[in-house]
Design a protein around this ligand. Structure first.
Ligand code: ZN
Ligand code: CA
Length: 368
């Protein structure tokens, strides 16, 4: 059976291993050693070289009693800063930090749940399906491990990712695409007191453009935001350059395209009105993904959650994760929660009761 103490011990050992994005090698080595001690085949791909990090993605394979419906269980190895020298603090059924770092329950709670489930299956010699494990690098720094992942290393179709926040029971099955945008307005410099009429103030142009934009929640499935604006200098100079960054997210590709066009039109029109110029650069950060509720992996997730005594909580999420990238390589991805809270902050903690439930869920999904 799932061993609660062993799960917690493994989790604590892992959070003590530094693993900032791009520097996951120590964590990867820990995992490779763990798997090799159990005679599990494991390999690392070359994504690290392409990302400029010290570590690629790890894939492991455990042959089962049935080759029907193999499943991959996935989590990411990296965590957000500040995360060097994590000192976990046990407080009843919670594990927190000393307040100086993130905990890295995002996503080591996911890794710990997967490893504990696997350990039980192997230890109890439970008949199980063909199991793949995928541990990615650089998820937090732009999904770059997943973006450089080669699908030939993972010959199955269903992937269960243990990386959703909040109470156990969540099955995140739909996430938006995101476009990142950078705009630069070029006006014309002039002395603001002597000959302002010779200048074109880029701040005025940008303000005009932004005041016409759709910002915030645009509809139920679409959002946008301006992240940062910068430009200008002394008050006696008409500002000649302003740059801002923005993002637009949508679950609906057509709406995403419309809103990109609208934002662009606001910029072009403002530049034209003031005789300025603008550069509008947009780039897809990640595509959207959606898992059918009729799919095998969705139904299996529901069943596993019910076996643990929880009502499944299918959820549409607003953020991107490895699932956005992996799903667009042709995999069917479900993202399950593992009891991590306040992630990406120094208040991050994990509820070990929920991490334990997550390990039980994974166990039920591995076992035949
Ligand atoms: Zn995560
Ligand atoms: Ca995260």
């Amino acid at each position: 059976m799932v061993n609660r103490q062993r799960l917690i011990d493994n989790f604590i050992n892992m959070v003590k291993v530094d693993s900032p994005s791009g520097n996951e090698l120590e964590m990867a080595t820990w995992l490779i050693n763990y798997l090799k001690e159990r005679n599990i085949e494991v390999k690392m791909d070359s994504a690290g070289d392409k990302i400029g990090g010290n570590c690629g993605n790890i894939v492991a394979y455990i042959k089962g009693e049935s080759s029907e419906n193999p499943i991959c269980f996935a989590a990411h190895m990296d965590q957000v800063m500040p995360c060097l020298g994590v000192k976990p603090v046990i407080d009843g059924n919670l594990i927190k930090t000393d307040g100086t770092t993130t905990l890295g329950a995002d996503d080591k709670a996911g890794i710990a749940a997967i490893l504990e489930a696997l350990e039980c299956v192997l230890e109890d010699k439970v008949p199980h399906r063909d199991i793949y494990l995928l541990f990615t690098a650089c998820e937090e720094s732009g999904l770059n491990g997943a973006k450089n992942f080669k699908s030939e290393n993972l010959p199955c179709k269903d992937v269960v990712i243990l990386d959703a926040g909040g109470a156990t029971g969540v099955i995140a099955y739909k996430a938006p695409a995101q476009e990142t945008i950078k705009v630069t307005f070029h006006g014309k410099k002039a002395h603001a007191g002597i000959e302002p009429e010779k200048g074109i103030n880029a701040i005025v142009v940008a303000s005009h453009a932004i005041s016409n934009m759709h910002i915030g929640r645009l509809d139920e499935l679409t959002t946008s935001n301006i992240g940062r604006i910068e430009g200008g200098g002394a008050t006696n100079i008409v500002t000649d350059e302003v740059t801002f960054t923005a993002e637009i997210r949508s679950h609906v590709p057509k709406r995403l395209a419309e809103e990109i066009e609208h934002m662009k039109k606001c910029c072009v029109d403002a530049a034209e009105k003031f005789n300025a110029t603008c550069e509008f650069i947009n780039e897809n950060a990640y595509p959207s993904f959606e898992l059918s509720k009729d799919s095998y992996v969705f139904k299996l997730s529901e069943e596993a959650i019910r076996k643990v005594g929880i009502e499944p909580n299918p959820m549409i999420i607003g953020g991107g994760s490895d699932a956005n990238i992996i799903a667009n390589l042709g995999y069917r991805c479900a993202i399950l929660s593992v009891g991590m809270y306040e992630v990406h902050t120094v208040n991050e903690y994990v509820n070990t009761d929920e991490m334990y439930q997550a390990a039980q869920m994974v166990y039920h999904m591995m076992a035949l």
